[in-house]
Write a protein that binds this ligand. Structure first.
Ligand code: ATP
Ligand code: MG
Length: 147
């Protein structure tokens, strides 16, 4: 089970495309308190921006709504929660399938696949009309020896 929370930040921002990059970098900076490699930090950045862009694009469909990001640091695990109160996902299992997208003209349907691949764990809670909440965790692969 998870240990004591060592640190946490919460961010709330409107679902504007400009905030995707902000959230990506802010989450990576928070994550860098743990001994992640640069490759692992890149994976966290990708997962973070895929989740926030999904909230902007699919959750709110260009309309303005609020996105909440919570980052928690445990002894050796990072947890990221990304939540919108948008339209929700009708079939979560289907949404997780590679190349499944509700916008086949524009999208590849790979965002959730990347998040699953790059994070250790992903939980999706979603209800049509209520919104979507992604909880993802990742721990550094190797504990680095400090000299
Ligand atoms: N926050 C969300 N709110 C509502 N629907 C979502 C949300 N996130 C994902 N979805 C649904 O799940 C589908 C799959 O998401 P995924 O990120 O894997 O692919 P995509 O966004 O369609 O394409 P890509 O991420 O490759 O641009 C989306 O097409 C959308 O229907
Ligand atoms: Mg996506």
């Amino acid at each position: 089970m998870m240990e004591t929370i060592r640190n946490m930040v919460q961010m709330r921002f409107p679902s504007k495309a400009a905030n995707i990059g902000f959230a990506r970098t802010a989450i990576a900076l928070f994550a860098s308190q743990l001994d992640f490699t640069l490759d692992e930090l890149d994976e966290i950045k990708i997962a973070a921006s895929e989740a926030v862009s999904n909230a902007v694009i699919h959750g709110y469909k260009g309309r303005e709504g609020e996105i909440t990001v919570i980052c928690r640091l445990f002894d050796d695990v990072l947890e990221i929660v990304i939540r919108d109160q948008g339209q929700g996902i009708t079939d979560v299992q289907k949404a997780l399938e590679p190349a499944f997208t509700t916008e086949p003209e524009e999208r590849m349907g790979l965002g959730l696949v990347f998040i699953k691949e790059y994070m250790d764990d992903l939980i999706i809670e979603s209800a049509p009309g209520k919104g979507t909440c992604l909880t993802m965790t990742k721990a550094p692969m190797e504990a680095r020896v400090c000299s």
